[in-house]
Design a protein around this ligand. Sequence first.
Ligand SMILES: [Zn+2]
Length: 343
Amino acid sequence: MKHKILTTISGSLPKPNWLAEPEKLWSPWLLEGEELIKGKKEAIKLAVNNQLNSGLSIIGDGEQTRQHFVTTFIEHLSGVDFKNKKTVRIRNRYDAKVPVVIDNISREKSVFVEDAKYVRSLTNLPIKYTLPGPMTMVDTLYDDYYKSREKLAEKFAEVLNKEAKELVDAGVDYIQFDEPAFNVFFDEVKDWGINILEKAASNLKAKTIVHICYGYGIEANINWKNSLGEEWRQYENVFPLLKKSKIDQVSLECQNSRVPMNLIELLRGKKILVGAIDVASKKVETPEQVADILRQATKYAEPQNILGCTNCGLVTFSQEIANAKMQSLALGAKILNQELGFE
Ligand SMILES: [Zn+2]
Protein backbone atom coordinates (compact mmCIF):
# COMPACT_ATOMS: atom_id res chain seq x y z
CA MET A 1 0.00 0.00 0.00
CA LYS A 2 1.60 3.26 -1.15
CA HIS A 3 -0.92 5.75 0.11
CA LYS A 4 -4.34 5.69 1.59
CA ILE A 5 -6.98 8.35 1.95
CA LEU A 6 -7.46 8.44 5.72
CA THR A 7 -10.65 9.52 7.45
CA THR A 8 -11.42 11.47 10.60
CA ILE A 9 -14.11 13.71 12.06
CA SER A 10 -13.50 17.41 12.51
CA GLY A 11 -14.13 17.21 16.24
CA SER A 12 -17.37 16.87 18.16
CA LEU A 13 -19.78 13.94 18.40
CA PRO A 14 -23.21 13.71 20.07
CA LYS A 15 -23.15 13.32 23.83
CA PRO A 16 -25.04 10.38 25.40
CA ASN A 17 -28.47 11.45 26.67
CA TRP A 18 -27.52 10.75 30.31
CA LEU A 19 -24.57 13.18 30.10
CA ALA A 20 -26.14 16.20 28.41
CA GLU A 21 -29.35 16.92 26.56
CA PRO A 22 -28.71 15.56 23.04
CA GLU A 23 -29.05 17.26 19.64
CA LYS A 24 -28.23 20.65 21.17
CA LEU A 25 -25.23 22.94 21.04
CA TRP A 26 -23.66 23.98 24.38
CA SER A 27 -26.01 21.69 26.27
CA PRO A 28 -25.46 21.80 30.07
CA TRP A 29 -24.27 18.71 31.98
CA LEU A 30 -26.92 16.47 33.51
CA LEU A 31 -24.53 15.01 36.11
CA GLU A 32 -22.47 16.55 38.92
CA GLY A 33 -19.25 15.93 40.85
CA GLU A 34 -17.80 12.42 40.74
CA GLU A 35 -20.72 11.20 38.63
CA LEU A 36 -19.89 13.81 35.99
CA ILE A 37 -16.21 12.83 35.91
CA LYS A 38 -17.16 9.16 35.52
CA GLY A 39 -19.84 10.00 32.95
CA LYS A 40 -17.45 12.00 30.78
CA LYS A 41 -15.00 9.09 30.75
CA GLU A 42 -17.75 6.66 29.74
CA ALA A 43 -18.77 9.08 26.99
CA ILE A 44 -15.21 9.25 25.62
CA LYS A 45 -15.09 5.46 25.49
CA LEU A 46 -18.38 5.36 23.60
CA ALA A 47 -17.23 8.09 21.19
CA VAL A 48 -13.98 6.25 20.48
CA ASN A 49 -15.80 2.95 19.95
CA ASN A 50 -18.30 4.56 17.59
CA GLN A 51 -15.45 5.95 15.47
CA LEU A 52 -13.64 2.60 15.49
CA ASN A 53 -16.80 0.70 14.56
CA SER A 54 -17.47 3.15 11.75
CA GLY A 55 -14.05 2.41 10.29
CA LEU A 56 -12.42 5.83 10.68
CA SER A 57 -8.64 5.98 10.66
CA ILE A 58 -7.75 8.89 12.97
CA ILE A 59 -9.61 8.91 16.27
CA GLY A 60 -10.61 11.77 18.61
CA ASP A 61 -12.43 12.16 21.94
CA GLY A 62 -15.60 13.45 20.23
CA GLU A 63 -15.16 16.52 22.47
CA GLN A 64 -17.15 14.70 25.14
CA THR A 65 -15.64 16.64 28.03
CA ARG A 66 -16.41 20.09 26.68
CA GLN A 67 -19.63 21.99 26.61
CA HIS A 68 -18.35 24.56 24.15
CA PHE A 69 -15.34 24.30 21.82
CA VAL A 70 -13.85 27.56 23.06
CA THR A 71 -15.16 28.43 26.51
CA THR A 72 -14.45 25.05 28.10
CA PHE A 73 -10.74 25.64 27.47
CA ILE A 74 -10.95 29.24 28.69
CA GLU A 75 -12.70 28.11 31.90
CA HIS A 76 -9.43 26.46 32.88
CA LEU A 77 -7.41 29.66 32.55
CA SER A 78 -6.91 32.31 35.20
CA GLY A 79 -7.46 35.98 34.40
CA VAL A 80 -10.97 35.46 33.05
CA ASP A 81 -14.18 36.39 34.90
CA PHE A 82 -17.01 33.95 34.13
CA LYS A 83 -19.44 35.46 36.65
CA ASN A 84 -19.97 38.90 35.17
CA LYS A 85 -20.42 38.15 31.49
CA LYS A 86 -20.74 40.78 28.78
CA THR A 87 -22.57 40.62 25.46
CA VAL A 88 -20.46 40.73 22.30
CA ARG A 89 -21.09 40.04 18.63
CA ILE A 90 -19.51 36.70 17.62
CA ARG A 91 -17.82 36.69 14.20
CA ASN A 92 -19.98 39.74 13.30
CA ARG A 93 -22.96 37.35 13.22
CA TYR A 94 -24.78 36.81 16.51
CA ASP A 95 -24.76 38.17 20.06
CA ALA A 96 -23.62 36.00 22.93
CA LYS A 97 -22.90 36.53 26.60
CA VAL A 98 -19.21 35.90 27.04
CA PRO A 99 -16.63 35.88 29.84
CA VAL A 100 -14.44 38.94 30.45
CA VAL A 101 -10.62 39.07 30.51
CA ILE A 102 -9.77 40.99 33.69
CA ASP A 103 -6.16 40.03 34.40
CA ASN A 104 -3.04 38.37 33.02
CA ILE A 105 -4.01 35.09 31.28
CA SER A 106 -2.30 31.93 32.46
CA ARG A 107 -2.90 28.20 32.44
CA GLU A 108 -2.37 26.74 35.87
CA LYS A 109 -2.73 23.12 34.85
CA SER A 110 -3.44 20.91 31.86
CA VAL A 111 -6.96 21.01 30.46
CA PHE A 112 -7.38 17.93 28.24
CA VAL A 113 -4.24 15.89 28.94
CA GLU A 114 -5.87 13.29 31.19
CA ASP A 115 -8.63 12.79 28.58
CA ALA A 116 -5.99 12.38 25.88
CA LYS A 117 -4.17 9.72 27.90
CA TYR A 118 -7.45 7.88 28.23
CA VAL A 119 -8.15 8.04 24.47
CA ARG A 120 -4.58 6.81 23.88
CA SER A 121 -5.27 3.79 26.10
CA LEU A 122 -8.36 2.86 24.05
CA THR A 123 -6.85 2.53 20.56
CA ASN A 124 -3.62 1.93 18.70
CA LEU A 125 -4.76 4.07 15.77
CA PRO A 126 -3.43 7.63 15.44
CA ILE A 127 -5.30 10.11 17.62
CA LYS A 128 -6.20 13.73 17.13
CA TYR A 129 -7.01 16.47 19.61
CA THR A 130 -8.78 19.71 18.86
CA LEU A 131 -8.04 23.03 20.53
CA PRO A 132 -9.60 26.43 19.85
CA GLY A 133 -7.46 28.73 17.70
CA PRO A 134 -6.13 31.96 19.23
CA MET A 135 -8.14 34.33 17.01
CA THR A 136 -11.39 32.45 17.59
CA MET A 137 -10.72 32.55 21.35
CA VAL A 138 -10.25 36.32 21.21
CA ASP A 139 -13.52 36.62 19.33
CA THR A 140 -15.40 34.68 22.01
CA LEU A 141 -14.43 36.98 24.91
CA TYR A 142 -14.71 40.54 26.10
CA ASP A 143 -11.25 41.93 26.75
CA ASP A 144 -11.01 44.44 29.59
CA TYR A 145 -7.29 43.95 30.27
CA TYR A 146 -4.98 43.65 27.23
CA LYS A 147 -7.08 46.05 25.13
CA SER A 148 -5.56 44.56 21.99
CA ARG A 149 -6.89 41.56 20.07
CA GLU A 150 -3.40 40.77 18.88
CA LYS A 151 -1.79 40.85 22.34
CA LEU A 152 -4.56 38.71 23.80
CA ALA A 153 -4.21 36.22 20.91
CA GLU A 154 -0.48 36.05 21.54
CA LYS A 155 -1.11 35.23 25.19
CA PHE A 156 -3.56 32.50 24.16
CA ALA A 157 -1.01 31.08 21.71
CA GLU A 158 1.43 30.70 24.61
CA VAL A 159 -1.01 28.70 26.74
CA LEU A 160 -2.25 26.68 23.76
CA ASN A 161 1.30 25.72 22.87
CA LYS A 162 1.94 24.47 26.42
CA GLU A 163 -1.26 22.44 26.34
CA ALA A 164 -0.49 21.06 22.87
CA LYS A 165 3.01 19.97 23.92
CA GLU A 166 1.56 18.05 26.85
CA LEU A 167 -1.05 16.45 24.58
CA VAL A 168 1.71 15.29 22.25
CA ASP A 169 3.64 13.89 25.21
CA ALA A 170 0.47 11.97 26.10
CA GLY A 171 0.61 10.29 22.68
CA VAL A 172 -1.48 12.57 20.47
CA ASP A 173 -0.46 12.40 16.79
CA TYR A 174 -2.45 15.31 15.36
CA ILE A 175 -3.18 18.68 16.98
CA GLN A 176 -5.98 20.66 15.35
CA PHE A 177 -6.70 24.33 15.98
CA ASP A 178 -10.27 25.44 15.23
CA GLU A 179 -10.19 28.86 13.58
CA PRO A 180 -13.63 29.65 12.08
CA ALA A 181 -12.69 33.29 12.71
CA PHE A 182 -10.23 32.96 9.79
CA ASN A 183 -13.25 32.99 7.48
CA VAL A 184 -14.31 36.42 8.70
CA PHE A 185 -11.45 38.69 9.78
CA PHE A 186 -9.27 38.62 6.68
CA ASP A 187 -7.14 41.68 7.53
CA GLU A 188 -6.33 40.33 10.96
CA VAL A 189 -5.53 36.89 9.55
CA LYS A 190 -2.96 38.54 7.33
CA ASP A 191 -1.62 40.99 9.92
CA TRP A 192 -1.17 38.61 12.84
CA GLY A 193 -3.55 35.61 12.67
CA ILE A 194 -1.28 33.19 10.83
CA ASN A 195 1.80 34.24 12.77
CA ILE A 196 0.13 33.75 16.09
CA LEU A 197 -1.40 30.43 15.02
CA GLU A 198 2.11 29.28 14.11
CA LYS A 199 3.23 30.22 17.62
CA ALA A 200 0.46 28.08 19.10
CA ALA A 201 1.62 25.22 16.84
CA SER A 202 5.37 25.72 17.18
CA ASN A 203 7.80 22.90 17.94
CA LEU A 204 5.18 20.19 18.22
CA LYS A 205 6.20 16.62 17.48
CA ALA A 206 2.83 16.04 15.83
CA LYS A 207 1.06 16.97 12.63
CA THR A 208 -0.69 20.32 12.97
CA ILE A 209 -4.08 21.13 11.44
CA VAL A 210 -6.15 24.28 11.15
CA HIS A 211 -9.92 23.76 10.82
CA ILE A 212 -11.77 26.59 9.07
CA CYS A 213 -15.48 26.08 8.56
CA TYR A 214 -18.68 28.04 8.08
CA GLY A 215 -19.91 26.92 11.49
CA TYR A 216 -22.54 24.62 12.90
CA GLY A 217 -25.95 24.55 11.24
CA ILE A 218 -27.49 27.11 13.62
CA GLU A 219 -29.83 29.79 12.32
CA ALA A 220 -27.34 32.69 12.52
CA ASN A 221 -24.81 30.71 10.48
CA ILE A 222 -27.40 29.56 7.93
CA ASN A 223 -28.55 33.17 7.44
CA TRP A 224 -24.95 34.27 7.06
CA LYS A 225 -24.27 31.54 4.48
CA ASN A 226 -27.37 32.62 2.54
CA SER A 227 -25.93 36.13 2.35
CA LEU A 228 -22.64 34.99 0.84
CA GLY A 229 -23.88 34.65 -2.73
CA GLU A 230 -23.52 31.97 -5.39
CA GLU A 231 -19.89 31.16 -4.69
CA TRP A 232 -18.25 31.17 -1.28
CA ARG A 233 -14.74 32.47 -1.88
CA GLN A 234 -13.74 33.27 1.73
CA TYR A 235 -11.00 30.61 1.63
CA GLU A 236 -9.38 32.44 -1.24
CA ASN A 237 -8.12 35.07 1.21
CA VAL A 238 -6.64 32.66 3.69
CA PHE A 239 -5.33 29.66 1.71
CA PRO A 240 -2.39 31.43 0.03
CA LEU A 241 -1.22 32.55 3.48
CA LEU A 242 -1.67 29.07 4.93
CA LYS A 243 0.23 27.54 2.04
CA LYS A 244 3.27 29.57 3.10
CA SER A 245 2.74 28.77 6.79
CA LYS A 246 4.22 26.00 8.90
CA ILE A 247 0.78 24.45 9.55
CA ASP A 248 0.78 20.95 7.99
CA GLN A 249 -2.89 20.38 7.15
CA VAL A 250 -6.06 22.36 6.49
CA SER A 251 -9.60 21.17 7.29
CA LEU A 252 -12.36 22.76 5.24
CA GLU A 253 -16.05 22.56 4.38
CA CYS A 254 -17.06 21.06 0.99
CA GLN A 255 -20.19 18.85 1.11
CA ASN A 256 -23.34 20.84 0.19
CA SER A 257 -21.38 24.07 0.40
CA ARG A 258 -20.88 26.67 -2.30
CA VAL A 259 -17.12 26.65 -1.93
CA PRO A 260 -15.59 26.20 -5.41
CA MET A 261 -13.47 23.06 -5.13
CA ASN A 262 -10.67 24.55 -7.20
CA LEU A 263 -9.78 26.86 -4.28
CA ILE A 264 -7.90 23.97 -2.69
CA GLU A 265 -5.38 24.36 -5.47
CA LEU A 266 -4.18 27.38 -3.46
CA LEU A 267 -2.99 24.93 -0.81
CA ARG A 268 -0.88 22.79 -3.16
CA GLY A 269 1.54 20.69 -1.12
CA LYS A 270 -0.46 20.74 2.12
CA LYS A 271 -2.60 17.85 3.29
CA ILE A 272 -6.28 18.70 3.02
CA LEU A 273 -9.09 17.41 5.22
CA VAL A 274 -11.94 17.58 2.75
CA GLY A 275 -15.32 18.06 4.45
CA ALA A 276 -17.43 15.35 2.84
CA ILE A 277 -20.17 15.21 5.48
CA ASP A 278 -22.70 18.04 5.88
CA VAL A 279 -23.32 19.03 9.50
CA ALA A 280 -26.38 21.17 8.74
CA SER A 281 -28.55 18.37 7.34
CA LYS A 282 -29.80 15.20 9.01
CA LYS A 283 -29.82 13.46 5.67
CA VAL A 284 -27.09 10.84 5.71
CA GLU A 285 -24.74 11.05 2.74
CA THR A 286 -24.30 7.87 0.74
CA PRO A 287 -20.76 6.46 0.47
CA GLU A 288 -20.93 7.34 -3.25
CA GLN A 289 -21.69 11.00 -2.41
CA VAL A 290 -18.69 11.06 -0.08
CA ALA A 291 -16.51 9.43 -2.73
CA ASP A 292 -17.72 11.99 -5.26
CA ILE A 293 -16.58 14.96 -3.14
CA LEU A 294 -13.20 13.34 -2.48
CA ARG A 295 -12.88 12.51 -6.20
CA GLN A 296 -13.52 16.15 -7.09
CA ALA A 297 -10.81 17.19 -4.64
CA THR A 298 -8.28 14.94 -6.36
CA LYS A 299 -8.55 17.16 -9.43
CA TYR A 300 -6.93 20.01 -7.51
CA ALA A 301 -4.69 18.24 -5.00
CA GLU A 302 -2.52 15.14 -5.10
CA PRO A 303 -4.69 12.18 -4.01
CA GLN A 304 -2.10 11.25 -1.38
CA ASN A 305 -2.66 14.68 0.20
CA ILE A 306 -6.40 14.18 0.66
CA LEU A 307 -8.12 13.05 3.85
CA GLY A 308 -11.87 12.55 4.22
CA CYS A 309 -13.43 14.56 7.02
CA THR A 310 -16.70 16.16 8.18
CA ASN A 311 -17.53 19.81 7.44
CA CYS A 312 -17.60 20.56 11.17
CA GLY A 313 -18.66 18.83 14.39
CA LEU A 314 -21.50 16.27 14.58
CA VAL A 315 -22.67 17.19 18.10
CA THR A 316 -26.12 18.38 17.00
CA PHE A 317 -27.17 14.97 15.61
CA SER A 318 -28.55 11.86 17.28
CA GLN A 319 -26.04 9.05 17.89
CA GLU A 320 -27.70 7.04 15.08
CA ILE A 321 -27.30 9.77 12.48
CA ALA A 322 -23.74 10.61 13.56
CA ASN A 323 -22.76 6.93 13.37
CA ALA A 324 -24.38 6.53 9.95
CA LYS A 325 -22.58 9.63 8.67
CA MET A 326 -19.23 8.36 9.98
CA GLN A 327 -19.79 4.98 8.33
CA SER A 328 -20.54 6.66 5.01
CA LEU A 329 -17.37 8.72 5.38
CA ALA A 330 -15.26 5.61 5.88
CA LEU A 331 -16.99 3.68 3.06
CA GLY A 332 -16.77 6.64 0.69
CA ALA A 333 -13.02 6.92 1.25
CA LYS A 334 -12.75 3.16 0.69
CA ILE A 335 -14.45 3.49 -2.71
CA LEU A 336 -11.91 6.08 -3.76
CA ASN A 337 -8.96 4.20 -2.28
CA GLN A 338 -9.95 1.17 -4.38
CA GLU A 339 -10.39 3.32 -7.48
CA LEU A 340 -6.94 4.84 -7.01
CA GLY A 341 -5.34 1.48 -6.27
CA PHE A 342 -4.46 2.67 -2.75
CA GLU A 343 -5.91 -0.45 -1.14
ZN1 LIG B 1 -16.15 23.81 12.40
